[in-house]
Write a protein that binds this ligand. Structure first.
Ligand code: ATP
Length: 233
């Protein structure tokens, strides 16, 4: 579904991605692991068109995505849940969810709103509340809900567990697995490698801008290097 080949990104003189290559197949959850600064967020931003690359190619369903503006990439079926959630604090929950569907004119919007409420019932209770007054966990649910309102085929999730209590982390990961079972393909960036590998089908490990390892989630979870560096064994 998504193919990235030889991706090179520079921030001024910093060579942040050095030939990243990865693939996401339809129906998969693919985890992208790596330490701070490895280039995980940059990879997701490139896919969304928020950061441009100097070399390489990104394709979706065999068609080139590279160079398309972010709104067109959303229209082609990719939605991004950014690191730090980036919800619109002063808008209500309802307005935030509406922003996720901003580009849509099809008849499926209200069904997707019901789907978001089924996944996150608390959001229905908070509809008229300013998003900035929600708890951290509720804000993460809203950020995921907003992305789902774009009706994506591919969902990019950047550190969904960040700052959440262990119980909420479990719930968010259960929901991620549920969203995938409903048919949405997911590329998941996570510091919490144990949780990410528990829900993912396959994974990649990014080290200083290069893919250092890849394999099924089970292979990576058993890999001594991954165990030592990312699973705390
Ligand atoms: P984190 O988990 O800390 O977000 P990451 O793996 O997502 O890490 P990136 O945020 O993609 O890593 O950063 C990759 C490299 O690019 C790092 O060296 C970082 O300092 C650098 N970088 C990221 N954004 C910028 C920017 N806007 N300007 C300059 N350098 C940047």
């Amino acid at each position: 579904m998504l193919a990235i080949e030889d991706l090179h990104v520079f921030y001024g003189g910093i060579h942040a991605l050095k030939g990243v290559a990865l693939q996401v197949k339809r129906g998969e959850i693919v985890a992208l692991l790596g330490n701070n600064g490895a280039g995980k967020t940059t990879t997701l931003k490139c896919i969304s068109g928020l950061v441009s690359h100097r070399r390489g190619r990104i394709t979706l369903d065999g068609r080139v995505l590279s160079g398309a503006p972010p709104h067109e990439i959303v229209l082609r079926g990719i939605a991004h849940v950014p690191e730090g959630r980036r919800i619109f604090n002063r808008l209500t929950v309802r307005e935030n969810l509406g922003m996720g569907a901003y580009l849509r004119s099809d008849a499926g919007v209200s069904a997707d709103l019901d789907r978001v409420f089924a996944l996150f019932p608390i959001l229905r209770e908070r509809l008229g509340q300013s998003a900035g007054t929600l708890s951290g966990g509720e804000q993460q649910m809203l950020a995921i809900g907003r992305a789902l309102m774009a009706s994506p085929r591919l969902l990019l999730l950047d550190e969904p567990s960040m700052g959440l209590s262990p119980v909420l982390v479990e719930r968010i990961f259960e929901t991620i697995a549920g969203i995938n079972r409903q048919g949405t393909t997911i590329l998941l960036v996570e510091q919490n490698a144990a949780m990410a590998l528990a829900v993912a089908h396959r994974g990649y490990v990014l080290e200083t801008g290069t893919i250092a390892l890849s394999g099924t989630a089970a292979e990576l979870a058993e890999n001594p290097q991954v165990k030592r560096a990312y699973l705390g064994d």
